[in-house]
Design a protein. Structure first.
Length: 652
């Protein structure tokens, strides 16, 4: 039963959302790729068959021109001299003889010599020849050319066809077909417009785009930079929370520059066998250099680029070798190399400093979570192909989704379209989108998950506890909606939205947040004198938050402004004693939060009962109804201009 505030600090670890439209992994390799896989032999058979058919057609045609009853020239001369021949038709070098007795024969003469001369050399006198009707027949154009040129051209045509056929197979397999060997890289061909991404597809991230524009300029126009002796950055690292569009932006750089984009994920380097990763890196860089100007993109580089020597042997050897190979390759770049290496990570804190040294990934581009304006732009981009109803106001959706990443906004739009399609509507409505916000944030509603009367009461009080404490404490976020309809893994939820996009959070906000999150636990304990497993997620969240406050943000008075590193096996950034002190501080913060929550609930018991009662009746209470209850119980609701606007169109 979490309090869902989208502003909650996100865990930085974890899998990235699936990326739409990435090029397919190259599976075909070596000869199989070159020849288009197993079907190649089938195709070869077709080719040979075609060839044989062509040949037999050829011999058929030439065969017709050469009937069998061919006699030597000497016999022709003899027959002419004997007066047996009545007519001769000359067709090129072919002679068709008609005999006085009606029979016909053929013969051949030397093509360069005329028939009378030829016969004369065989001793035929002009008088004897005069008795024969000689017709000179021109060969028809086609026949002439075909018969003369076919023997030369058919093989050439055949070979040309074979080449065309093979090259088509190769192109079918994509550019990868040429010796992509082991690298496992995906490649986006700049000519493939279906996969092309440009800066227009990336909303917001203005600073990042500005930085990257220089890279685009270089890749488009390397000569301009090289002529003036400018050293172009070899490595650019994109840093930002998951789903903020790092991968998208890297692809957009390639798309804008119109260069091939070799992309591989850091985790793909990490294989079982030592040395495979390093050889993949070598392969990848070699390919990119051949295709230069080009971009190499190593996604999730933290998988290989973690601080070296941090862990225990085994798989780390492999990681280290891979990382070393990346560094070696980058150091080995000629100053004139037109290959730019980009990398992305959501954990810049764990990267090996060697990666970030000058001459390597020395350009850092940070991508923040989108602010309200950017969120609206991102929504617009993803609404492009979705027909929106006339009531849709994307700015309102943007206002209600602080803390959403680009990827989450993308899935929000998508969920909205799915809701519309499920109702067989042709347009996405505002209500579809509003429902999708909660779905993306908390998972789908589970209306079938029926609570017993007792569970319902417990859940209602739990959520009422969150909502009440959140409303009373000054720095906590205002409540937009409370519900005891279960969603995802939560039995109920309290939706809070911060007033605006806050890039920074203060200690006071954190403390009020912790108290509000404990409000559920405290309400259960007070009312039922018992605690359920319900708040376990709440407790996880606040424990992590309190620990971060103490060890990362320097928010503990006792330990002071020190950022303690993470304790991992084999790495001890601080002593056992400090570890114990941190634990003690975490406990103290949580205890204090609990006491503050208990104080609020004790003082406003009437409000708590009223909220819980309303929840049990209606299951979902929107902001207006909630604030009416607060006012009736003497609590002034939090108000702010912008916030009021955002809340207006909520329906249900
Ligand atoms: P990351 O690599 O930072 O985890 P991705 O680039 O994979 O994030 O983003 C995932 C998806 O989210 C993208 O494919 C895109 O649809 C959407 N998205 C993220 N950021 C933006 C943005 N700034 N503009 C438009 N769409 C975005
Ligand atoms: Zn809760
Ligand atoms: Mg990514």
């Amino acid at each position: 039963m979490p309090t869902a505030s989208p502003r909650k600090p996100r865990k930085k670890k974890g899998a990235l959302p699936p990326v739409a439209g990435l090029p397919k992994r190259v599976k075909r390799r070596g000869w199989k790729a070159l020849f288009g896989g197993p079907s190649f032999f089938g195709n070869l058979a077709t080719t040979i068959l075609t060839f044989l058919i062509l040949m037999s057609i050829y011999s058929l045609i030439t065969g017709v021109a050469q009937p069998n009853k061919e006699i030597p020239l000497s016999a022709v001369a003899a027959d002419v001299a004997a007066g047996k021949v009545s007519a001769i038709t000359v067709n090129g070098d072919a002679l068709n003889l008609s005999y006085a007795d009606g029979s016909a024969k053929t013969s051949r003469k030397d093509p360069s010599a005329g028939l009378p001369e030829t016969l004369a050399t065989y001793g035929v006198t002009p008088e004897e020849l005069a008795k024969v009707a000689i017709t000179i027949q021109g060969q028809s154009g086609f026949e002439f050319w075909f018969l003369n040129l076919a023997p030369i051209f058919i093989p050439i045509l055949f070979i040309a066809f074979l080449f065309w056929f093979l090259s088509r197979q190769v192109r079918g397999a994509g550019m990868q077909a040429f010796s992509f060997g082991q690298s496992k890289a995906r490649i986006t061909d700049p000519a493939d417009s279906s996969q092309r991404v440009t800066f227009a597809d990336v909303a917001g991230a203005r600073e990042a785009k500005e930085e990257l524009f220089e890279i685009v300029d270089f890749l488009k126009n390397p000569k301009k930079f090289l002529d003036i002796g400018a050293r172009i950055p070899k490595g650019i690292i994109l840093m930002g929370a998951p789903g903020t569009g790092k991968t998208l932006l890297a692809r957009a750089v390639a798309g804008e520059a119109g260069v091939p984009f070799f992309s591989i994920s850091g985790s793909e380097f990490v294989e079982m066998f030592v040395g495979v990763g390093a050889s993949r890196v070598r392969d990848l860089f070699q390919m990119a250099k051949k295709a230069a100007p080009a971009i190499i993109f190593v996604d999730e580089i933290d998988a290989v680029g973690r601080t070296r020597g941090a862990g225990m042997g085994g798989g780390n050897d492999e990681r280290e070798q891979t990382l070393n190979q990346i560094l070696v390759e980058m150091d080995g770049f000629e100053p004139t190399e037109k290959v730019v290496v980009m990398a992305a990570t959501n954990r810049p804190d764990v990267l090996d400093p060697a990666l970030l040294r000058p001459g390597r990934f020395d350009r850092r581009v940070t991508i923040d979570l989108p602010d309200r304006r950017d969120r609206e732009e991102i929504l617009k981009i993803h609404a492009r192909k979705k027909p929106l109803g006339p009531d849709v106001v994307l700015s309102v959706i943007a206002e209600r989704t602080p803390g959403f990443s680009g990827a989450e906004l993308y899935s929000l739009m998508n969920e909205g379209a799915i809701l519309a399609a499920r109702d067989n509507r042709k347009e996405v409505t505002q209500y579809d989108l509003i429902r999708s916000i909660e779905k993306v944030m908390l998972g789908p509603e589970r209306k079938s998950h029926l609570l017993s009367q007792k569970e319902k009461e417990l859940t209602a009080y739990h959520e009422a506890g969150h909502a009440l404490v959140s409303s009373v404490l000054e720095h906590a976020d205002p409540v937009h909606k409370i519900s005891i309809i279960s969603r995802g893994r939560a039995a109920g939820y309290t939706l809070k939205l911060p007033f605006d996009d806050r890039k920074m959070q203060s200690k006071k906000q954190f403390l009020d947040d912790i108290a509000a999150t404990l409000g559920g636990y405290v309400a259960e304990e007070m009312l039922f004198d018992d605690v359920t497993t319900g708040p376990s997620n709440d407790l996880q969240v606040i424990t992590a938050l309190a620990r971060d406050m103490v060890s990362r943000y320097g928010m503990s008075d006792k330990l002071g402004p020190i950022a303690f590193g993470e304790r991992e096996l084999g790495r001890e950034p601080y002593s056992e004693q400090v570890a114990a002190e941190i634990d003690a501080e975490v406990s103290r913060i949580i205890e204090e939060g609990k006491a503050r929550a208990a104080k609020v609930i004790g003082e406003h018991r009437g409000a708590l009962d009223a909220i819980a009662k309303e929840l049990m009746e209606k299951e979902t209470v929107e902001r207006d109804g909630f604030e009416k209850i607060l006012v009736l119980n003497g609590i002034t609701p939090k108000k702010k201009e912008e916030d009021i606007r955002a809340a207006a169109p909520l329906q249900k």
